[in-house]
Design a binder for this molecule. Structure first.
Ligand code: ADP
Ligand code: MG
Length: 699
C-alpha cells in the first residue's frame, strides 16, 4: 500500500526500487512531486519514421529495420572489440557500428531476423553511409511502456550515472500516469482565465510526454503553453510574496522630510566637484521619495565609479537637517572607514558622525551606542555590527545600504525593522531592468548611467606569462611617474589544493623584483588596525604597490592608483573582475588593468577575459556574465534571498516574470490578505514555499 499523492516517496512509484530511489535522490528527486517537476531538459522528435534510402550523410535519422548480420571483430590483441550490425528495410541497407562496445549492447534482441528501431546520426565511411553508436530498441509488443522511446516526441532528461534516458523515461511515465491527476491546482480560476492557462495536470503530462500536436521547437525553447504554465506558477508565487511585502511597506507610515532650498545650497557648496546630470536626476528622485509620507524604498544602480557615495551623502545630509539620524551599512570595514572619513571631510563641521565596526573595543563601542541612543550622532556608518549589535537609535530616519549585492534581503530587512524609516540601497551590479524590478520587487529603481567628467577609459590588457617582464617594466615606469599599483591575487597564502600564486608569496617576490619601492599587503584575515594602517599608507602614497586579495573589490577609492595587475583572472567572476577594475580609473589620468591569463585557458575563460578587455560597461559585462554562468550562479540565490526555481529561468523567462508580476499585483489589490475562498490555497503555498521567509513579508 502506498499513499497515492504527490507527496509520496519516490520509491513507491511502480518500477522504482530502493536502488533507483537512491540514484533519484541524488538528482534531488525524493518525492513524486519532485519527479513531476523534474522537467525534460530538451526533446527529440522521433515521431517520424524514415526509410534507409531517405538517409543522407551527417544527419539524424530514425527508422525501423530488420537485423541481417551481427559480427564481433577483435583487434589490438583482442582487447578492443567492434560490434558490426547490418540492418535493412525494404528500401536499402546500412551498417551500424559500436566501437569498444560493452557486452550489454549485445543484448538478446540483437539477433538476425529481429525487428528494431534505430536512431542516430549517419556518417560516411569509405564512401558509404554508416551509423556509429546509434540508439536501438526492439520493436515493442505494443504496450504503452514500449512506445515511450520511439514514434513520438521523446523527452530527454538530465542523466546521472546509472540512470539512463530509458530508465528515467520509464520512471517518469509511471509517475505521470499515476499521479499527474492528483496534483492540486492552487491557481485561482480568475488568473487561469485571464492568462488563458491550461490546467496543471494536463500541463504536467504534456511537458513530460507531449502529444503530437505540440511543436518540438517550442518545447526545446521552453516556450510551449505547457511549460509556460508551470513557469508561470512558480513566478506567480514569488511575485505574490513580493507584492504582499511591497504593500506592507507602503502601508507603513513614513516620514515626510522637509527639503529646503537653502539646505540644498549649503550641501552643494560643500561638494568638491559638480554633480553629473545623472547624479542630480537620481538625487531628485530620492528627495521626492523623502518628501512623501510613504516610506522610501529605492535602489540606486550605478556602475563602479559612477559616484553613488555622494548621492547617498546628499540624502543623508537632508535627513540629518530634518533632525533625524542616518545609518549606513557597508559590507567591509575598510569601506566603512573610507565612507566615515569622507563624510567627516565633507560635513564634519555640521554633523556628528560615528563609525561602528566590530573591531573597535568594547568600551568605545558602548560610548558610541550611548551617544546614538541620546540622539547626539547624526550619521553612523558601519558593517554588520549595525544590525548585530543592540544599537538603539534615537530617531532613525534613513537607512543606506551600500553595495547591496553583498547583503541578503534578510539583512536589509532586519535593519529596516529597527525603525521603519526610509531606505536607500546602492549596488554596482547592474541587472537588466525587468529583472531588477522582480528581484528587488519591493524597490523603486534609479540608475546613474553617466561617469563623472574627465574620466579616462581604463585600458584592459590580457597578457600571458612570457610578457611578465615587459609588464613589470611598464608598472615600474608608471610608479616612477608617481602612480600607484594594485596587485590582486586569488589566495592569501599557499594552498595545498590549489596551485595558484598567492598574496603572501607575492609580497616577497615583488619586493625583490621592485627594489626600492614600498610593497604593502592587504587581506581579509588581517586585524582591523593593520588593515587601516595599510589603507591609510596606500591612500597617502607611502605604499607604492598594494598586494591584495579581493578585499579591495568593493568601494575603495584611491584616485592616484592607476595600474591594476590581476593574477589568475580566471579565478574571478566577470562582475567581480569589473568591480576590481573599478578601483582604478578614478582620477584624470589614463589607467591600465593587466590580467595575467594562465596557460591553456579554456574557451569559456578566454571568452570571459575577452569580454572584460572589450568593454568597460558594467551592464554589458553583467549580461555576459549572466549568459556564461546562468542565473543561479550569477545571482547566488542565497545572496538575494530569492528561492531557487525548479522550472523557471530568470533570464530566459523574463516575459513570464513580468506577466506574473502584474497578475500578482492585481490579485493582491482585490484581496490583500488572500481571504477569499478561491485564494485560500495560495496562502498555504506561500507559507510552504517561503517557510521562515514568510515572516519577512509582514515586516
Ligand atoms: P561608486 O559609484 O563606485 O561608489 P564613488 O562614489 O566611490 O563611486 O565615486 C568614485 C570617485 O568619483 C570618488 O573619488 C568620488 O569622489 C568621485 N566623484 C563622484 N562624483 C563626482 C563628480 N560628479 N565629479 C567628479 N568626481 C566625482
Ligand atoms: Mg561605492
Amino acid at each position: 500500500m502506498y499513499k497515492k499523492g504527490p507527496s509520496a516517496a519516490i520509491q513507491y512509484v511502480k518500477g522504482v526500487g530502493p536502488k533507483l530511489a537512491i540514484l533519484l535522490k541524488k538528482k534531488g528527486i525524493a518525492t513524486v512531486e519532485d519527479a513531476l517537476y523534474f522537467l525534460p531538459r530538451t526533446y527529440e522528435d522521433r515521431s517520424k519514421l524514415r526509410t534507409i534510402s531517405e538517409l543522407g550523410p551527417m544527419e539524424y535519422g530514425l527508422f525501423q529495420a530488420e537485423v541481417l548480420e551481427v559480427d564481433v571483430n577483435r583487434f589490438k590483441g583482442g582487447r578492443k572489440k567492434i560490434l558490426t550490425v547490418k540492418v535493412g528495410d525494404h528500401t536499402g541497407r546500412i551498417v551500424c557500428k559500436w566501437f569498444n562496445f560493452s557486452d550489454r549492447y549485445f543484448s538478446d534482441f540483437l539477433k538476425v531476423g529481429a525487428k528494431i528501431f534505430v536512431s542516430g546520426n549517419t556518417s560516411l565511411y569509405n564512401g558509404r553511409l554508416e551509423m556509429h553508436h546509434p540508439d536501438i530498441e526492439p520493436v515493442g509488443s505494443g504496450a504503452a511502456e514500449d512506445k515511450l522511446h520511439y514514434g513520438r516526441i521523446v523527452p530527454i532528461y538530465s542523466e546521472t550515472e546509472g540512470l539512463g534516458q530509458k530508465t528515467l523515461r520509464r520512471i517518469m511515465y509511471h509517475v505521470v500516469e499515476d499521479f499527474s491527476d492528483a496534483v492540486e491546482d492552487f491557481m485561482p480560476p480568475s488568473v487561469l482565465g485571464s492568462m488563458k492557462l491550461p490546467t496543471l495536470s494536463k500541463s504536467i503530462r504534456e511537458v513530460h510526454f507531449p502529444s503530437p500536436e505540440t511543436k518540438v521547437a517550442d518545447l526545446c525553447d521552453f516556450n510551449s503553453n505547457w511549460q509556460r504554465r508551470l513557469i508561470f506558477d512558480e513566478f506567480f508565487v514569488l511575485e505574490l510574496a513580493l507584492s504582499i511585502r511591497r504593500r506592507g511597506i507602503k502601508k507603513r507610515q513614513g516620514i515626510s522630510f522637509d527639503v529646503k532650498q537653502e539646505w540644498l545650497d549649503m550641501i552643494s557648496s560643500k561638494l568638491p566637484f559638480q554633480l553629473t546630470g545623472s547624479q542630480l536626476k537620481v538625487i531628485d528622485e530620492i528627495l521626492n521619495d523623502m518628501r512623501s509620507a510613504e516610506p522610501m524604498n529605492r535602489l540606486v544602480q550605478g556602475d563602479v565609479g559612477s559616484g553613488k557615495t555622494i548621492v547617498a551623502f546628499y540624502a543623508a545630509a537632508v535627513a540629518i537637517l530634518n533632525g533625524k539620524q542616518v545609518a549606513m551599512m557597508v559590507p567591509t570595514e575598510i569601506l566603512a572607514q573610507q565612507h566615515y572619513k569622507n563624510f567627516k571631510d565633507l560635513f564634519g563641521d555640521f554633523f556628528k558622525a560615528e563609525l561602528l565596526i566590530s573591531s573597535i573595543n568594547k568600551s568605545e563601542k558602548q560610548g558610541i551606542k550611548k551617544e546614538i541612543e541620546a540622539g547626539n550622532v547624526g550619521f553612523v556608518v558601519g558593517t554588520h555590527a549595525l544590525i548585530q549589535e543592540d544599537v538603539n537609535f534615537n530617531s532613525l530616519g534613513l537607512i543606506i545600504v551600500d553595495e547591496q549585492h553583498r547583503f541578503g534581503v534578510e539583512q536589509r530587512l532586519n535593519l529596516i525593522k529597527k525603525g521603519i524609516p526610509d531606505t536607500l540601497v546602492m549596488t554596482a551590479t547592474p541587472i537588466p531592468r525587468t529583472l531588477a524590478m522582480t528581484l528587488y520587487g519591493d524597490l523603486d529603481v534609479s540608475v546613474i548611467n553617466e561617469k563623472p567628467k574627465g574620466r579616462q577609459a581604463i585600458a584592459t590588457r590580457v597578457v600571458t606569462e612570457d610578457k611578465r617582464k615587459v609588464v613589470y617594466d611598464f608598472i615600474r615606469t608608471e610608479m616612477e611617474k608617481g602612480r600607484q599599483a594594485y596587485f590582486i591575487y586569488p589566495l592569501i597564502e599557499e594552498s595545498e589544493k590549489l596551485m595558484l600564486k598567492n598574496a603572501k608569496d607575492a609580497v616577497r617576490h615583488l619586493g625583490a623584483e621592485f627594489k626600492g619601492w614600498n610593497v604593502g599587503l592587504l587581506h581579509g584575515r588581517m586585524r582591523q588596525e593593520e588593515k587601516d594602517e595599510v589603507m591609510v599608507a596606500f591612500k597617502k602614497g607611502k605604499i607604492n604597490m598594494l598586494v591584495s586579495t579581493t578585499v579591495v573589490e568593493v568601494g575603495i577609492d584611491v584616485p592616484n592608483a592607476t595600474v591594476m595587475f590581476i593574477e589568475h583572472p580566471e579565478r574571478f567572476g566577470l562582475s567581480q573582475l569589473h568591480q576590481l577594475r573599478g578601483r582604478i580609473g578614478r582620477g584624470d589620468v589614463r589607467s591600465v588593468c593587466i590580467m595575467m591569463a594562465g596557460n591553456n585557458p579554456t574557451d569559456v575563460a578566454t571568452r570571459r577575459l575577452m569580454a572584460m578587455a572589450s568593454t568597460d560597461d558594467g551592464f554589458k559585462i553583467a549580461e555576459e556574465d549572466l549568459a556564461l554562468r546562468g542565473p543561479g550562479e550569477f545571482f547566488g540565490t542565497r545572496q538575494h534571498g530569492i528561492p531557487g526555481f525548479r522550472v523557471g529561468n530568470l533570464v530566459r523567462d523574463v516575459d513570464i516574470l513580468a506577466l506574473a508580476r502584474s497578475e500578482a499585483d492585481r490579485l493582491i489589490k482585490t484581496d490583500p490578505d488572500l481571504m477569499l475562498a478561491p485564494h485560500r490555497k495560495l496562502r498555504f503555498v506561500l507559507a510552504e514555499r517561503f517557510k521562515e521567509k514568510i515572516t519577512l513579508m509582514d515586516s
